[in-house]
Design a protein around this ligand. Sequence first.
Ligand SMILES: Cc1cc2nc3c(=O)[nH]c(=O)nc-3n(C[C@H](O)[C@H](O)[C@H](O)COP(=O)(O)OP(=O)(O)OC[C@H]3O[C@@H](n4cnc5c(N)ncnc54)[C@H](O)[C@@H]3O)c2cc1C
Length: 350
Amino acid sequence: MGFLFPEEPGKPREITTEDGVRRREIGCGEGGFLGSPDGGKTSLEVAYLYKAMQQGLEICDQQEVLAIRKETKAGETRYCVNVENHHTGQFESHYAKHVIVAAGTVNTLHLLLHSRDGEKGLGGMPQLGKNFGSNGDYFAYWDWQDRFHDMSQSLPINGYVRLKGKANQPFIIEAPLPCPDKLRLPSWIAKKLRQGTFIAGMGKDAMDGTVSLKKGKLNVDYKPENSSIFDEIRGQMDHIAEKTGKGILSIKRPTTAHPLGGACIGRNTDEVVVDGKGEVFDHPGLYVADAAALPKPVEGPPSMTVAAWANHVGEQLIMKLGRENADSFGQPFLLQELSEKQLVERDERG
Ligand SMILES: Cc1cc2nc3c(=O)[nH]c(=O)nc-3n(C[C@H](O)[C@H](O)[C@H](O)COP(=O)(O)OP(=O)(O)OC[C@H]3O[C@@H](n4cnc5c(N)ncnc54)[C@H](O)[C@@H]3O)c2cc1C
């Protein structure tokens, strides 16, 4: 997660980074797993957006994309992105030859399914919505019943939980629950948040779910019973509960914070949706740069993998534009300079 640890342990301060971003060093009970209002966690905004803004990225906040259409004029195809501007309440259209969709798996699938179907729809993408998975996520409450410590006063993640001497265990982590001081909660819930923690397993699910539109609404058909990982995680949690003498409570039906797939990477349009550069097979210039493209479960927290994929899609598009520019103007595009600079930055980041 890249926590910004306090220089002086236990005494978090507000700092301004070299890039000019104001952040507060992480303290116990702050920046829990539901967001990071003070910037103690290195969020993607901090890691990516600020630098990209310095290089010319313009962010249009509060603009909700409703549909993507395609139109051909004078032999040239371009996309029309229909947007509702929540600042003005107006509906707007933006036009581009290249459109990258990265609305988060479920929103991306919703947007693409909606944009594909119907009279003016994009069409194509026969495998859209197939091979949808949950990353094998399984969440539970670890009932420590600790009356002497406030378990919510901790870092956002406590770490891995493993039983000694057991090989090939599913990936299990423990985290504090959201700090009740920051939320208005009934006292019995606040007590439970303080006296216990959150425990989660992740792993290889069958990724055999299907996402579709039914009467305009998103419908997810996913059968956890097809994936043995849930029994493995539940079994592991039972062992942990037994060894610690502290109950682990969960609802039987798994919940996911890490939906993946549905617009997967692969070889052709009969099998998947996008190619190895993230470009939709039947719609050149349309890209999927988020976890909807991942064809296999990450089996752990996925945001670094999603960021790496998005980075790759971006680099491939820059290279393609560089080649096109070189072709039309007979001279190399800025690409080489940009790539070298990016490579140096990447090396420096390790
Ligand atoms: C509670 C929780 C805790 C998590 N903790 C971790 C963790 O500890 N480690 C980890 O690796 N991963 C974690 N994840 C998963 C991680 O957040 C995701 O994997 C990651 O954010 C996915 O990135 P993304 O760019 O695909 O989508 P998102 O981060 O969801 O970004 C999509 C963006 O698109 C916008 N958007 C959606 N629809 C539209 C639309 N129609 N028009 C315009 N904009 C739109 C959304 O507002 C959002 O800003 C967690 C997830 C949750 C829910």
